[in-house]
Design a protein around this ligand. Structure first.
Ligand code: ATP
Ligand code: MG
Length: 257
């Protein structure tokens, strides 16, 4: 289980103030909020790419930022919003880099590492791209490869920053389905950011609404995705419809013909 107890961080002119979150084993929690509200900053500070003001991240009760880097890599996997490698590695090699922390300093990846990487590529339907240079992939394909790279670590906690940003309709559903299944079947704690409140509603156990560096509300999708709250956070009128057991969130805007 991931616990974030009062995370604070400042870039100078932008701060995260006292973000508190819990992601239980098997749960998917989504950070939802406008551009620049602090979602990526929160994920990076949880993962340790940014240093919070105080130690505040615990995985299964252990102070995550106090652990050696190899232990941290076994516990948590991070999928960045975007990533450009410096060399034209093949797709398979990029996925294998997810295992770097499990190898010794001069140790090369072995057969079993490549097999594990191929298995994760297969899970995401990417086997046929394994020998292609990563730099020649489409944005959506790159994103799927980065997800495979995080999965190959078989982490307890998975952090995904806009995992659906460049994906087509089918792959959005596929990737979020995989995240949910991993949470349910492997007991992974998943925390991600999304922009689409409808996808967040469908795939999250809980949602945290972020605005101006603060978590404004957190709870089950039906508790958080309310017209007034969404209007307050995004500054646009929103209409929430109940349909066939689903919630549909639509902007209440004038349609220009
Ligand atoms: N490296 C940085 N140095 C200084 N300020 C930064 C840096 N990175 C981000 N910021 C600022 O921090 C704020 C929050 O940025 P962040 O990337 O966390 O937002 P976000 O919610 O992920 O937005 P988006 O939905 O557009 O990805 C923004 O005002 C941004 O300008
Ligand atoms: Mg972001």
């Amino acid at each position: 289980m991931l616990e974030v107890r009062g995370l604070s961080f400042s870039y100078g002119d932008f701060s995260i103030e006292g973000a508190t979150l819990e992601v239980k084993e098997g749960e998917v929690v989504t950070l939802l909020g406008p551009n620049g509200s602090g979602k990526t900053t929160i994920l990076k500070a949880i993962y340790g790419l940014l240093k919070p003001k105080e130690r505040c991240v615990f995985i299964d009760g252990r102070d995550f930022h106090g652990l050696p880097i190899r232990e941290r890599a076994k516990l948590a996997g991070y999928v960045p919003q975007s990533h450009t490698p410096p060399f034209p590695y093949t797709v398979l090699d990029v996925v294998v880099t997810g295992l770097a922390s499990q190898l010794g300093p001069f140790e090369s990846p072995r057969k079993e590492h490549y097999e594990k990487a191929l298995e994760k590529l297969g899970l995401l339907g990417l086997e046929r791209l394994k020998d292609k240079p990563y730099t020649q992939l489409s944005g959506g394909q790159m994103q799927l490869v980065l997800i495979a790279r995080a999965l190959v670590q078989e982490p307890r906690v998975l952090l995904l920053d806009e995992p659906t940003a460049h994906l087509d309709f089918k792959n959005q559903v596929k990737v979020l389905g995989i995240v949910k299944r991993l949470a349910r079947e492997e007991g992974i704690s998943a925390i991600m950011t999304l922009h689409d409140p409808n996808l967040a509603s469908l795939y999250s156990d809980r949602i945290a609404l972020v605005k101006d560096g603060k978590i404004r509300a957190a709870g089950r999708p039906h508790e958080v995705l309310r017209e007034e709250m969404l209007r307050d956070v995004y500054g646009v009128p929103v209409c929430v419809l109940e349909f066939d057991g689903f919630r549909l969130i639509l902007p209440r805007t004038e349609v220009i013909q």
